[in-house]
Write a protein that binds this ligand. Structure first.
Ligand SMILES: *Cc1c(COP(=O)(O)O)cnc(C)c1O
Length: 421
């Protein structure tokens, strides 16, 4: 295992930190795998630093550790949004996909990024003939073939080639010896609605646009469409590969925990109490004096604020957990600090760790609850946890077959397979 990921938990004691459980991620990957039709591959979507969890450690976990006894690591591929995000990953024994459509190849330093991606063999998304031409030119300069995949717009209207444009674009790609068509993909607009007729419509459009190409090229191209909601809530949309993100991190795409899919949130956000002060009856706390003590109140100080992604809308509205009991946020959440009411925690003392976001999905400070308080979705709560908060991967030593994935030979074998034949 890469030494970078064996952070000693104790080294971050006394600081705000995000504890990320590898074991939970592997458990979730097992749950996802059980929902896949035979032969369907799993591409772990790790954009935005794996939704705030730390993409490098998440990728290491999902590509180098096993679920349960023996078996293979769960991820057959990894996806990120941009080349810069891919550069932040460790070397992985699986294909790396970049989903942001590539344009502007010759503006600024884009060309260097694309060269880098081609050198690494990463799969670039192109949606236009101009983009395909640009990648072909850049690839030629590097002396390597570039792997490309085409995003087909089936109704999300967030980039992509239209089905009508697809044939010409594929012909253009085929005509360029420095390009290799790796895959075809689309993205759904309403996968989180179990009965959405538009979902079926999009899947049908994707099939209509790609069936002929897929049967002509067999397993040499990979078709993929479904993210977490698609694979859990819909039939017949898995194609060759799925791209879950949220569910691997243990959050149910329905927006609430599900008993039929027992996912385990992988992230717990904690911070130490750095101060306790008594505010006399009638005194106020924080900017704008939005909270006044009705009685003499012990107020605790936490070194976390909206700059860390703890939303300002939590002012006088959210709670944290201390000794498994809630403590209310009082006054305004400021950029670096948050204040909580410790009246019901007479035993609280400075240095103790408070839970801002719990890894128990039923906790009063679960990510689902925080999302409700902030009037948003778990994705936004997680991906906004700021860079000041240390990410600490925990329980690496528990991952069952860490040693098996370590040998150089096995790594080499895995990268041969990574092309999927
Ligand atoms: C974010 C994203 C995913 C993963 O979605 P989840 O809902 O987190 O599973 C898959 N594909 C694309 C293109 C995405 O942008």
């Amino acid at each position: 295992m890469d030494a970078r990921f064996t952070v000693d938990v104790k080294h971050t004691l006394g600081e705000p930190r995000v504890l990320v459980s590898r074991r939970a991620m592997l458990h979730n990957a097992g749950v996802v795998r059980r929902h896949l039709a035979p032969g369907v591959r799993l591409c772990a979507m790790l954009k935005a630093d794996a939704y705030g969890h730390g993409a490098a450690a998440a990728a290491d976990t999902l590509c180098n550790f096993c679920v349960g006894d023996g078996g293979d690591p769960p991820a057959d591929a990894v996806a990120v949004a941009s080349v810069d995000e891919a550069l932040g990953l460790p070397d992985l024994p699986v294909p790396v996909l970049i989903v942001r459509p590539l344009e502007n190849a010759f503006i600024g330093r884009q060309r260097l990024r694309i060269e880098e991606a081609v050198r690494h063999g990463w799969v670039l998304t192109v949606c236009s003939q101009a983009a395909a031409d640009d990648v072909a030119r850049i690839a030629q300069g590097t002396g390597r073939r570039a792997n490309v995949q085409v995003l087909v717009d089936t109704g999300l209207a967030r980039g992509g080639a239209s089905p009508a444009e697809l044939a010409d674009l594929l012909a253009r790609i085929d005509a360029r010896p420095s390009l290799r068509l790796w895959g075809l993909w689309t993205h759904f607009a309403s996968a989180d609605l179990p009965d959405s007729p538009f979902m079926a419509e999009q899947a049908a459009r994707f099939r209509a646009a790609t069936d002929a190409v897929a049967s002509a090229r067999g397993n040499r191209i990979t078709r993929h469409a479904a993210a977490s909601a698609g694979l859990f809530l819909h039939q017949g949309v898995q194609f060759d590969m799925v791209r879950p993100g949220l569910s691997l991190l243990g959050i149910d795409p329905s927006g609430r925990p599900s008993t039929s899919r027992p996912l385990r949130p992988a992230l717990k956000w904690v911070a130490p109490l750095i101060g306790i002060q008594t505010v006399p009856a009638g005194g106020t706390v924080g900017y704008g004096r939005t909270w006044a003590a009705g009685r003499s109140t012990r107020v605790g100080l936490l070194p976390v604020g909206y700059a860390d992604g703890y939303p300002r809308s939590f002012s006088n509205g959210a709670s944290v957990l201390l000794h498994n009991r809630p403590a209310a946020v009082v006054g305004r959440v400021s950029m670096d600090l948050t204040t909580i009411d410790l009246t019901d925690h007479p035993d609280a003392h400075v240095g103790e760790e408070v839970t801002l976001l719990d890894d128990n999905p039923l906790s009063p400070v679960s990510v689902y609850r925080l999302a409700e308080w902030a009037n948003t979705i778990p994705y936004e709560i997680l991906s906004r946890i700021g860079p000041r908060v240390k990410r600490v991967p925990v329980d690496p030593e528990d991952a069952e077959c860490a040693d098996a994935a370590e040998g150089d030979d096995e790594g080499a074998e895995a990268s041969d397979e990574a092309e999927f034949g």
